[in-house]
Design a protein around this ligand. Structure first.
Ligand SMILES: *[C@@H]1O[C@H](CO)[C@@H](O)[C@H](O)[C@H]1NC(C)=O
Ligand SMILES: CC(=O)N[C@H]1CO[C@H](CO)[C@@H](O)[C@@H]1O
Length: 336
C-alpha cells in the first residue's frame, strides 16, 4: 500500500510541470497560464543562439504534429531561438468569427528574431536581412490543447531596428536570401505550405472549452502595432530589442488585430486589440522549452477548398506560383 502511494506520488510529481500530458491539457486556462508563467519567470536570462546547421539535422514533423506547450524531449529551437515573453489578452470587437475571435484572456506572446542579429552595423538600413522580427501567440483553452500562431512581416525583415516598424501577418511573402530559403526548404519536408499558418484551430473552441458548432475563421490575421508602441524604438540600433521591450508596462495595448476574410475579399476588418497583462521579459524557459505548434494551413483548406488556388506551395526549386489575391473591398471603412 505504501509502495503504491509512493508510486502515485512519483507519478503526480513527474507530471507537475509537464506541459505535454493529458492531465495538464485538461486543466483550466488560468491554471495552465500560471504554470507557464511560473516557468517563464524562473530564469529571465536568455539562451544563446544555436548554430542554424542544427535545423537541417532534425525532422520537421514534430513542429507540426506535437500538441503541447513544451518542446518535445531533446529538441531545441533552431530558428527564433531567443526572445521575450509576455502574458496578454485579446479584447474582441464585434465580428462574426468564432472561438478565440470573440475574446481571450489567457494568451502567451513571444517576441523573437528569426536569426542572430549582427549589431555591429547600427544604421536602420543594416537591419535588412539581419534584424528579422516575429511574434508567436498561444491561446490557452480550458480542457483543450492551445491554439498557436506565428506572424512576421517577411522573413527577411525590415529596413529598421524598430521591432514594431511594420505589421505582422500570419501569411508571409516568399523568403529571399539563401539562408532563409534553406529554412523554407527544410520546413517543406513537414508541409508544402510554408508561407501560411492556419487559423482553424483558433475558431473551434471558446476559451472556456466549449466546442463551437459552426466554426468560422478568417483567411489571414494582421497585427498592427500602435504608434506609441513603435515610439519605444528608433530606426537605428541603440540597444537590444529585449531591453527595450522591458520598458513597455503591463496593460499596454500593443496591436490592433485585423482579419482578412478570404483571398478574394482582402480588405482588413478590425476585430480587436491585443493588450499585455504582464511585463515583457526575456526567459530561459521561453527560449529552450516553450513550444508554439505550427498550425498547418492544409487544415484550413479542408474547410475552404476555394482558397487553394491562392496558396503558394514551396518546393526545393522555389514555389508553385499561386493565383494573385484580389483586393476587393465591399465597405469603405475597411482598408487593404
Ligand atoms: C539561467 O540561465 C542561464 C542561461 O542563459 C544560465 O547560465 C544560468 O545558470 C541560469 N540560472 C539559474 C539560476 O538557473
Ligand atoms: C522561384 C519562383 O518560382 N518564384 C515565384 C513564386 O511565386 C510568385 C508568385 O506567386 C512569383 O512571382 C515568383 O517568381
Amino acid at each position: 500500500m505504501i509502495k503504491i502511494t509512493f508510486l502515485l506520488c512519483l507519478i503526480t510529481f513527474a507530471f507537475a510541470s509537464d506541459f505535454t500530458s493529458l492531465k495538464y491539457q485538461s486543466q483550466k486556462r488560468s491554471s495552465k497560464l500560471n504554470q507557464i508563467w511560473g516557468e517563464v519567470t524562473k530564469n529571465t536570462s536568455s539562451a544563446k543562439f544555436p548554430s542554424p546547421v542544427g535545423l537541417l539535422l532534425e525532422s520537421m514533423s514534430p513542429t507540426l504534429d506535437h500538441v503541447a506547450d513544451q518542446l518535445p524531449e531533446g529538441r531545441s529551437k533552431k530558428v527564433h531561438s531567443v526572445g521575450s515573453v509576455a502574458k496578454a489578452e485579446f479584447i474582441a470587437e464585434k465580428n462574426f468569427y468564432t472561438g478565440f475571435f470573440q475574446g481571450a484572456d489567457s494568451l502567451i506572446i513571444r517576441f523573437s528574431l528569426a536569426k542572430e542579429p549582427d549589431y555591429t552595423h547600427k544604421q536602420s538600413i543594416d537591419a535588412h536581412d539581419n534584424f528579422v522580427p516575429g511574434i508567436a501567440l498561444k491561446f490557452l483553452i480550458d480542457g483543450q490543447p492551445s491554439a498557436n500562431l506565428f506572424a512576421m512581416h517577411g522573413v527577411n525583415g525590415v529596413y529598421s531596428y524598430n521591432f514594431f516598424d511594420l505589421d505582422f501577418n500570419n501569411h508571409i511573402p516568399q523568403p529571399e536570401g539563401l539562408q532563409l530559403k534553406v529554412v523554407a526548404d527544410k520546413f517543406s519536408t513537414g508541409t508544402k505550405i510554408v508561407q501560411f499558418l492556419g487559423l482553424r484551430k483558433f475558431s473551434e473552441h471558446t476559451q472556456d472549452g466549449k466546442p463551437v458548432p459552426n466554426p468560422n475563421f478568417p483567411y489571414m490575421l494582421t497585427f498592427k502595432p500602435y504608434q506609441y508602441v513603435k515610439d519605444f524604438f528608433t530606426p537605428d540600433y541603440t540597444e537590444d530589442y529585449k531591453e527595450i521591450l522591458k520598458k513597455i508596462p503591463s496593460g499596454t495595448l500593443l496591436f490592433e488585430v485585423y482579419a482578412t476574410l478570404s483571398p478574394t475579399q482582402t480588405c482588413k476588418q478590425k476585430i480587436g486589440d491585443i493588450r499585455t497583462t504582464s511585463e515583457i521579459t526575456p526567459s530561459y524557459f521561453g527560449d529552450t522549452e516553450l513550444f508554439f505548434q505550427h498550425q498547418d494551413f492544409t487544415h484550413d483548406l479542408e474547410v475552404h477548398p476555394e482558397w487553394e488556388p491562392y496558396t503558394p506551395y514551396w518546393n526545393l526549386i522555389g514555389n508553385k506560383s499561386a493565383k494573385q489575391k484580389e483586393s476587393k473591398c465591399p465597405f469603405s471603412n475597411l482598408f487593404i
